[in-house]
Design a binder for this molecule. Structure first.
Ligand code: AMP
Length: 192
């Protein structure tokens, strides 16, 4: 089993690289953003709560997010015999600590955390373009800036958290897409 966190700012290409990893390694993809957007579109109670945070570019509270992750893992363990890709989780130190415990309790561990490094101006350009196509409520210029700022403030400190555990590796996340993908796969292959 290979369990990978794909890590980076909004717009860094986590979803794109996840799609390639699903195909190449047969991993089961958990995008917490997709899980929340699915609840919003189904108008569930959780969706209503999530919308109030997402539309403002804020993070969903840790306790709620950790419960959601645990239930998605438990629901899909049988689909994930090869392992999981965690995309968009963890986003805070509290989430990372809870995830360590959650995986250990299930006899699982993280193999690696793959960080995609992309300069801010490219992130903004990608997200503005994505917003035109996807209609995502949080892909508008003002919310994009808030989300990137929040990433630097509360999420990027996770790099140190995972560096200390020898799990963090980063890849240049812009330019030739084949090179990015090759860099991501090399990190995963070396972590097996
Ligand atoms: P994403 O699709 O990963 O960019 O997530 C979209 C939005 O969902 C984020 O801006 C947050 O509001 C919320 N979200 C997704 N994952 C998390 C998480 N792990 N912790 C808190 N909020 C999250």
């Amino acid at each position: 089993m290979i369990n990978v966190v794909i890590f980076g700012a909004p717009g860094s290409g986590k979803g794109t690289q996840s799609a390639f990893m699903i195909e190449h390694y047969g991993l089961y993809h958990i995008s917490t953003g997709d899980v929340l957007r699915d609840h919003i579109s189904r108008k569930t109670e959780l969706g209503e709560i999530a919308r109030s945070y997402i539309d403002k570019g804020n993070l969903i509270p840790d306790d709620l997010m950790i419960d959601i992750l645990a239930s998605v893992i438990d629901e899909h363990r049988s689909d994930a015999s090869k392992g999981f890709i965690f995309d968009g989780f963890p986003r805070t130190i509290a989430q990372a600590e809870a995830m360590d415990k959650l995986l250990a309790d299930r006899g699982m561990r993280l193999n690696c955390v793959v960080g995609l490094d992309v300069p801010d101006e490219i992130l903004i350009e990608r997200l503005v373009n994505r917003g035109k196509e996807s209609g995502r409520s949080d892909d508008n210029p003002e919310t994009i800036r808030d989300r990137i700022a929040l990433y630097y403030k509360v999420t990027s400190p996770l790099k140190d958290y995972y560096c200390r555990r020898g799990l963090f590796h980063s890849v240049k996340g812009w330019g030739d897409i084949d090179l990015i993908t090759a860099g991501v796969w090399k990190i995963i292959d070396d972590s097996k």
